[in-house]
Design a protein around this ligand. Structure first.
Ligand SMILES: Nc1ncnc2c1ncn2[C@@H]1O[C@H](COP(=O)(O)OP(=O)(O)OP(=O)(O)O)[C@@H](O)[C@H]1O
Length: 264
């Protein structure tokens, strides 16, 4: 269901993470409102994955907090995300190699099914009435990403770009309120990249999205708001047009300030 409140879905505040003597994140914050696409960018080692892991419940920060709809998450773990209404895709595809593309997507519908999609897929429990409904829904999700033709195929037999579409379909089939995307463009090009951009834009009208991504063109194209990390600190935050012209961002990426106006 579409959220009706403009309050943030997800808020991270004052997040600090240290690995031994290295400060990977220092007092970092961001928030994602319903219906907005927030990009998290920064050079290699800036702390993007670390923040993604804190938000996902993989890592506990030394200080700071993560809140969901205004309520602080104290002990959340990745397997709690679906119940909260949060889905994520990881850098790896994480598809089950022994399940067809369609069945992989149905696993993503787990939270819609009382007995769990696994119980349904394995025939354990009495969930046959749910099964047809979820199968139709999973097919519709595959079709939305142009992967309906792959429904019966095993993931390993599919081209990488199609596998990525299946992973995206699995993430959104349960209609999460927030989608966490960790470098979804990795390994994509051309048509697959354009399809991904279109998909993320369409998600933005249905759910909040946090997009961690290296691919700058994609981020500038699809995000409403961008947070830039460098050496574990937020160095800029704002709409794409502001980030694009921010000298601190150019400096972080290029290693030195862009010399505006120099002509030789
Ligand atoms: N488990 C860990 N143990 C020690 N140091 C770590 C660990 N995870 C990350 N780091 C360090 O923390 C810093 C931030 O890493 P992180 O992976 O979050 O950056 P990133 O912005 O995601 O980089 P990339 O774009 O290369 O994926 C880096 O210096 C990295 O080497």
């Amino acid at each position: 269901m579409r959220p009706t409140t403009p309050d943030p879905l997800l808020t991270a505040e004052g997040v600090t993470v240290r690995f031994g003597g290295l400060t990977a994140l220092n007092d970092v914050g961001l928030s994602v409102a319903p219906g907005s696409v927030v990009g998290l960018i920064g050079p290699n080692g800036a702390g993007k994955t670390t923040l993604f892991n804190v938000v996902s419940g993989v890592l506990r920060p030394q200080s700071g907090s993560v809140s969901w709809k205004g309520r602080r998450l104290r002990r959340h773990r990745p397997h709690h995300l679906a119940d909260l209404g949060i889905a994520r895709t990881l850098q790896g595809l994480n598809l089950f190699p022994g399940l067809s593309a369609l069945d992989n997507v149905m696993v993503g519908a787990d939270r819609l099914c009382r007995g769990g999609a696994f119980a349904m897929l394995t025939g354990l429990g009495r969930y046959h009435s749910d099964e047809r409904r979820l199968r139709e829904r999973a097919m519709a999700a595959l079709a939305e990403f142009g992967a309906a033709h792959a429904a019966r195929a095993m993931p390993g037999t599919l081209p990488f770009g199609v596998q990525k579409r299946v992973a995206l379909a699995r993430a959104v089939v349960a209609e999460p309120e927030l989608l966490l995307l960790d470098e979804p463009a990795g390994g994509l090009s051309g048509e697959d990249m354009a399809a991904l951009a279109a998909a993320v834009k369409s998600f933005g009208s249905r759910m909040g999205v946090l997009l961690v991504e290296h691919h700058m063109d994609l981020v500038m194209d699809v995000c409403d708001h961008i947070v830039v990390l460098d050496f574990g600190e937020v160095i800029a935050a704002g709409p794409p047009e502001r980030i694009r012209s921010d000298p601190a961002v150019a400096e972080a990426y290029l290693g030195e300030p862009e010399e505006a106006g120099t002509d030789g």
